[in-house]
Design a protein around this ligand. Structure first.
Ligand SMILES: Nc1ncnc2c1ncn2[C@@H]1O[C@H](COP(=O)(O)OP(=O)(O)O)[C@@H](O)[C@H]1O
Ligand SMILES: [Mg+2]
Length: 212
């Protein structure tokens, strides 16, 4: 069975689609068989993949699986039977579909920007993951190159009991560019800083999934 990773965050714009697409491209580059499912009505993961198909002519090791609310659970379970990694873009709201996605996942990654508004807004998603007894961890995204905001946000989150991933993604134009091109930052600049951050994040995710 493949690993099912849910990208969850009720606050829009935190980086669900960015983390999902970058982790998918990182795993694909490592030779894994990767499936992505887009349950977010915003459909930006689908947009990224369409751009990818248009530019490359193939998914480059990633397949986008179509799903619908009424069969999301069986679609995710089926994907996990054939793919090594299944990344699911969760719907933004805490509705039934969000719960279904949480029940199908092995781990929820919760992107959060380093601001107090984002820290407070993460609580609803954290609470939902706790209630569903789903393993979860917060990833700080769009971390500015200077200042203490990210450390302060991390400290606040940790104090509220949120499991934190040490690896962070910086605020980088490479992520915006890759998003527009349907690419992974590793595919555009393999030796770049953005790619190194994604690799570190992927390592942290693997460590969380490893049996202890
Ligand atoms: N680490 C980052 N550096 C720069 N821009 C980012 C970063 N993460 C996300 N963005 C940009 O912020 C916007 C929202 O990110 P997105 O991943 O679409 O969030 P969500 O899926 O949670 O709504 C996008 O335009 C994206 O390119
Ligand atoms: Mg999105």
């Amino acid at each position: 069975m493949g690993h099912v990773i849910l990208l969850a965050q009720q606050k829009g714009g935190a980086g669900k689609t960015t983390l999902l697409t970058q982790l998918a491209a990182e795993r694909a580059a490592a030779g894994a068989n990767v499936a992505i499912l887009d349950l977010d009505p915003q459909r930006s993961t689908t947009g990224w993949f369409r751009e990818r198909l248009a530019r490359r002519g193939d998914g480059g090791g990633i397949a986008l699986l179509e799903s619908a609310e009424w069969r999301a659970r069986s679609d995710i379970d089926k994907a996990a039977k054939s793919a090594d990694w299944v990344f699911v873009d969760a719907p933004g709201s805490a509705d039934t579909l969000g719960r279904i996605a949480m029940r199908a996942a092995d781990l929820a990654l919760i992107p959060c920007q380093p601001s107090m508004a984002d820290v407070w807004a993460s609580e609803a998603t954290l609470e939902m993951a706790r209630r569903e007894k789903l393993a979860h961890a917060v990833v700080l995204n769009r971390v500015p190159p200077r200042g203490r905001a990210a450390d302060e946000a991390a400290a606040r989150l940790a104090r509220s009991g949120a499991p934190m991933i040490d690896a962070r993604l910086g605020q980088r134009s490479a992520f915006v560019e890759a998003f527009m091109r349907g690419a992974g930052v590793n595919e555009l600049a393999r030796a770049g800083k953005a790619a190194a951050e994604v690799t570190a994040l992927a390592r942290a995710v693997e460590a969380l999934l490893a049996p202890r």
